[in-house]
Design a protein. Structure first.
Length: 553
């Protein structure tokens, strides 16, 4: 056991084995192959795995903080434990500290959790008031990590422990009660649910049901049954969509914090944002001697923003720094589904590549919702429900609103209900994935045409309104569509597009360029209005710039 100030310090089993090996040879450099053989006696692993667990060990020990140094890296040789070591004989502990439960099975984190302290504390407080809490979010956003951390924070409040039940590997929903019984050590009977409720009836325990989305009906039914039968039990679930069970309280987990676009950052300032901090830590674990330099900050910010601050995507990207370097990696981020494939060998298959993480969600959708998600990928920015109906619905479809609502619920479309009209968008990675599906479906040209035609119609009254509305109000209405206008022009002037629609859209959008130019001139900006017409990076680099000459502009 590793103690800090008399209290057990949570440390993964691999990191603990490394610590024991280093301490046994304190002062000497232990070769890397010896550490690997001791830590993974029956498994062949790469040196990268060793670096990850050494980094986790250093963080747990506080290595580097307040001048402390415990583990030294001798490049090309191995690692050494360099702190003083004293041998003592102490009586064994007779009880767990802080009233912790006599038994539970929460997995110990192997790496430091970045950027989640506030949400973990808030959910721990909320769980004390609510017996049933679901953490909802997109794939790879860190739901499991947060749920386990919340359970660890509150485990002492449950005399019968906190129990983790991973449902990701289940293919049959009928096995959900048996999975819970196996975690609790309950022998299955003829009626597993009845056996569970009988055993839990007088218990005070926390149950974590992880990855419920593919067995969601069975999980919801089990949760309701257990909560009604066992008043001392609380349940924390994770899912890509709500369980919609009685008594459920939802928390939609946000991505890690990203720096604003309008500020230039030095490395030290950028590391104050959790997305950058996570990328940096994982890159340090993957590459010996990695340090974020000021010159690398723009590339790292581009990576973090393009990956939407999703922890899994950032970790997969950091693992590729040793292959590409930071700046070259940023240049390959458009091809992320082929580049970001270096996940942990021991991770769930859907967490080993970025594409696999989205495959999991996509395959769970009914075909109608898959089609809508594909078609929504033509939007380059925010869009209203009216735009979704015009672009993504078949002429005979009357269910588009329900499909969009379901995609929001399943964490594949983000919704912003603030303002007079709700706005929707796809995260960049989701949009790239869905756009590839749209291309392969053969629907791209028709959907892209609808998209361009919709914005032609939307901007039809813009010229008249630009003369009657105040500039700020007009820009608030039409300026938010700039990215989608660019996307429409991108398609219209491409080899597969329709230049007639492109010219019509260009003419319709002239007031937008004019108003932006006027606003830029008034603020002293030297930005040329034609720069506004250059397309943003699209899901595929098939677009063009537009050297158009318009009379009077």
């Amino acid at each position: 056991m590793l103690l800090e100030d008399g209290k057990p310090l949570r440390l993964g089993s691999r990191a603990f084995d490394i610590l024991v090996t280093l301490v046994e040879g304190a002062g000497d450099t232990i070769p890397r192959d010896q550490l690997i053989a001791r830590t993974w006696p029956d498994t062949v692993v790469e040196e990268g795995a060793l670096r990850v667990h050494v980094a986790a060990l250093r963080r747990a020990l506080g290595d580097g903080r307040a001048g402390r140094c415990y583990v030294a890296n001798n490049p090309g040789r191995g690692y050494a434990f360099v702190a003083p070591v004293t041998c003592e004989h102490t009586p064994p502990a007779t009880a767990r500290p802080n009233g912790a439960a006599a038994g539970d099975n929460l997995p110990a984190p192997l790496t430091r959790i970045v950027g989640r302290d506030e949400v973990i504390a808030a959910l721990a407080t909320q769980l004390a008031r609510r017996r049933f809490l679901t953490i909802v979010g997109a794939g790879g956003i860190g739901k499991t990590t947060v749920a386990v951390s919340v359970a660890s924070a509150v485990r002492a409040s449950y005399k019968d422990g906190a129990w983790f039940v991973g449902l990701a590997s289940l293919s049959d929903p009928d096995l959900v009660p048996s999975a819970l019984g196996a975690a609790l050590g309950i022998q299955p009977g003829a009626n597993p649910v009845q056996g569970l409720t009988a055993w839990l009836r007088d218990k005070a325990a926390l149950i974590v049901l992880d990855n419920c989305e593919h067995v969601i009906d069975a999980a919801a039914a089990l949760v309701e049954t257990v909560l009604k039968a066992a008043p001392g039990v609380s349940i924390l679930t994770t899912s890509r969509e709500p369980l919609r069970a009685e008594g459920e309280t939802l928390h939609r987990l946000a991505a890690l914090e990203l720096p604003p676009h309008s500020v230039d950052f030095a490395a030290g300032d950028a590391l104050h944002y959790s997305a950058v901090e996570l990328f940096n830590e994982r890159a340090m674990a993957a590459v010996d001697g990695f340090a974020l330099a000021d010159a690398d900050v723009p590339a790292v910010l581009e990576i973090c923003r393009r990956l939407d601050g999703i922890p899994l995507a950032l970790e997969l990207a950091a693992a590729r720094v040793d292959v590409f370097g930071v700046r070259d990696l940023a240049g390959h981020i458009d091809d992320r589904f082929h580049v970001l494939t270096g996940g942990r060998r021991t991770a769930l298959p859907r967490h080993q590549t970025l594409g696999a993480a989205l495959d999991w969600s996509y395959q769970l959708l009914p075909e109608e919702e898959r089609a809508v998600l594909r078609r929504l990928s033509v939007f380059a920015g925010d869009f209203a429900l009216e735009a979704a109906v015009a672009v993504a619905a078949e002429p005979s479809s009357s269910d588009i609103v329900d499909h969009v609502a379901n995609l929001v619920s399943k964490s594949l479309v983000a919704a912003d209900p603030r303002g007079e009209v709700a706005q929707y968008c796809l995260l960049d990675t989701t949009r790239l994935y869905a756009f590839e599906k749209l291309e392969s479906s053969g629907e791209l040209q028709e959907v892209a045409r609808r998209h361009a035609e919709y914005y032609c119609a939307l901007f039809a009254p813009a010229d008249v309104e630009s003369e009657t509305r105040p500039q700020a109000e007009w820009l608030a209405i039409y300026g938010r569509h700039l990215d989608n206008v660019r996307a429409g022009l991108d398609w219209a002037f491409s080899p597969e597009g329709d230049p007639r629609i492109g010219v019509a859209l260009t003419v319709a959008a002239v007031p937008l360029w004019d108003q932006h130019f006027s606003a830029s001139a008034a603020s002293g900006s030297s930005r040329d209005w034609r720069a506004l017409m250059v397309t943003r990076r699209r899901p595929r680099a098939r677009g063009c710039s537009f050297p158009l000459r318009l009379a009077g502009h």
